[in-house]
Design a protein around this ligand. Structure first.
Ligand SMILES: [Mg+2]
Length: 418
């Protein structure tokens, strides 16, 4: 049995070469790629890594909550771990971004890449094709230059963003792209209505009528999917939209777990499911969504946008799918580049001339941190070991209670300790 012996948390802030303007936060210039990194070490020396995107240093106090839930836990018992993360969420924090670190550990212990744990029946998957995922709404001439660039990179699929108050501008972007690319190039469109943010500038708000108008207007443009045309929990609206257009409807990146996604299946809300493991219930939920998509003959391609670790984790979920098509490759230079996106990885994830990226074949998730880059861009703000937790428990509960808690924990084999 491998037990968690050390928990470390880092704030990571990778500066971007140029400000990046995400379509989903109108008016916001993103100047850094921020995340919280977790590194778990077991008592037999296995290391598991994952990361959750961050806005600032909002997880500053998270370790004191999570550490006692994780120290001493059996790292291979995923259902117990998921129960611990669920218990820790009752106070308000959702931390599914941590769960993939346990898959990393399990893969290393079993000697298998994570995608083969997610789907034990799948054979080796060396590479997967990607679509270039834009992140900004740009003037049409700039967007056309981008399309030339990705075509030169060997990529044959793109996802455009539409986020204008003027519906004609949304349509004009897609029309111009199709005209420029001709047929045979896959075009998808993301309206970013699933979890609307109007923090700085106001953001357009679609209703079913607007979504239906747009979905129908792009039918002749052979759009592969329209993503998040309505608020993510508007299951009925999405289902109705799906019935009123031949344009496939996609979504689900920020649904908060299996119960949310199951409702989407039950109502028939989506053609393409895009659970993002870090937000949507961890890789176990991705596995369940993938299985349900296969049963219902629906498409599955996880959201990957946040950082290089998010891309790698969700790449494993995608590679586990035998009928995979294209995976999201976040790319919006000069602001959002492989260097800024993957700045703490030993190697940025690059697209080969055939439009594919490599699937890690080694045991675990295949995340290799560049320790020097982590030292430069990261700051370890929390570290807990079995010993430091014991001292903390003695200080706060007294020696007798601390010993009693330890006895109970040892008897159970796994569980919270304070
Ligand atoms: Mg999206």
């Amino acid at each position: 049995m491998s037990r968690i012996a050390r928990v470390e948390l880092f704030h990571v802030e990778i500066p971007l070469d140029e400000p990046f303007h995400p379509s989903w936060i109108p008016g916001y210039p993103q100047t850094q790629n921020r995340m919280t990194l977790i590194r778990l070490t077991t008592d037999d020396g296995i290391v598991g890594v994952s990361a959750g995107t961050a806005f600032e240093r909002e997880r500053e106090g998270l370790g004191s909550l999570l550490g006692p839930y994780l120290i001493g836990a059996d790292a291979t018992n995923l259902s117990e771990i998921r129960q611990r993360l669920t218990e820790a969420s009752f106070l308000g924090w959702h931390n599914w971004w941590i769960e993939p670190a346990f898959w990393d550990i399990r893969g290393k212990l079993e000697g298998k890449p994570v995608y083969r744990l997610i789907n034990p029946e799948i054979g080796p998957v060396e590479r997967v094709p990607v679509y270039a995922s834009t992140g900004s709404v740009r003037p049409i001439p700039e967007r056309l230059a981008y399309l030339d660039r990705i075509r030169d990179m060997g990529i044959t699929a793109v996802k455009l963003r539409v986020h204008s108050f003027d519906e004609r501008e949304d349509l004009a972007i897609v029309e111009a792209a199709r005209r420029h690319l001709g047929s045979g190039f896959t075009i998808a469109v993301d309206a970013n209505q699933g979890w609307r943010v109007a923090l700085i500038d106001d953001a357009p708000l679609w209703d079913l009528e607007r979504a239906t108008r747009f979905a129908r207007a792009i039918e002749p443009l052979e759009v592969a999917w329209l993503e998040e045309p309505l608020e993510m929990h508007d299951y009925e609206g999405l289902a109705q939209l799906r019935k009123s257009t031949t344009t496939p409807i996609a979504g689900g990146e920020l649904l908060s777990g299996w119960h949310d996604v199951r409702t989407a299946f039950e109502r028939g809300s989506l053609d393409l499911y895009q659970p993002y493991a870090m937000f949507c219930g961890g890789l176990e939920t991705s596995r369940r969504v993938l299985a349900q998509c296969r049963i219902e003959g629906l498409s599955f391609s996880p959201h990957t946008w946040t950082n290089g670790i998010g891309l790698l984790v969700n790449l494993h979920a995608f590679a586990a799918h035998p009928e995979r098509h294209v995976l999201e490759y976040p790319f919006e230079p000069p602001g959002w580049t492989p260097a800024g996106r993957d700045g703490i990885l030993a190697q940025p994830i690059e697209v080969a001339p055939d439009g594919t990226i490599a699937v890690p074949q080694e045991p675990g998730l295949g995340i290799h941190l560049d320790e020097r880059a982590l030292a430069r861009h990261g700051h370890r703000f929390f570290r807990m070991t079995k010993a430091s937790l014991a001292i903390h428990t003695i200080r706060t509960k007294g020696l007798r209670t601390a010993l009693d808690l330890k006895r109970r924990k040892d008897r159970r084999g796994s569980g919270p300790t304070s």
